[in-house]
Ligand binder design. Sequence first.
Ligand SMILES: [Zn+2]
Length: 338
Amino acid sequence: MFDSREQDFTPHCSRWDPDTRPIKRQSQKKTRNGNGFSFCLLMFLCGWIIINNGTRPVLAADAEKQGEPDWTYVQMQPDDVHQGDLILVNQEYACTFPNMEKLVVVSDTKSESYLVKNEQEKLLPQTVEALNSLMDDFLTVAGSVRINVISTYRSYELQQQLFSQYSMQMGVELASHWSARPGHSEHHSGLALDLGAYQYGVTQNYDGQGVYSWIGENCHTYGFIVRYAPDKADITGIYSEPWHLRYVGVPHAALMAQRQLCMEEYIEWLKGFSWEGDHLYYGMESGVYEIYYVAAEEDGTTVPVPTSGEYSISGNNVDGFIVTAYFKDGIPERTEKE
Ligand SMILES: [Zn+2]
């Protein structure tokens, strides 16, 4: 299922063996009275991570970092659980319409390599950016065909109209397997879009077959998943929709594709990598990702993040936060010290 791009892109996932993983961490969490956190000291950098053909990345050895704590803390509000690139939106978990002010008009920000239905279509900037890259590369393999993006962000009211139409045509029960109920559509998030097949000036149904199969097989490289796979319908509640892409970000899309997990399964699986326990490490050509879960607390949540490297925090829209940290030169050695 991987094409030639994969020769330069060979992600692998490793849950480190306790004896070899670079972090030795006892169960430790910031005390909420805040009277002095237990910070870890960055001591020396050693160890190694095997990625891609056994090459060993240089670790982030930086003498100036010595003496700095390994972790710092970010305070998240209760509503923050419902926003971020990894929110799970389905029949059980509604979208709360976060960050709608950040939506951008696709026709203003897209590349030339695909079409969009009209000038009202909107998505979040990170979705358009990833879509531009995906479509630019698709163009090099597609020949005369193009993609027409036919559905993007939807308001509650628009989803209500669509669901009513489906319900009138096929009854509410069947309609719910083809279309999400209002408030429960991924299209509310600005992270999802529907593809149409465009050729000779005509837009047709996108079935993901033929030349279009390249998109389904490679979209994870760009941070997208085909959200509703035929073999996951009993979990997602939605029948196969090869045209519906969902942006989740590069390491997560690649992990889901590699492990063949749908979004529901992935969000549940990540809960096994808590901050206090083993983290998930994922080596890619560009660096190493460290991923872990922090359960949300009712009155706000203190999320530990590494002091080195880059990180992002996303709510899962269920019960917690997922931290995704990125280290270009590998995971630094960390040492706990009271
Ligand atoms: Zn869709």
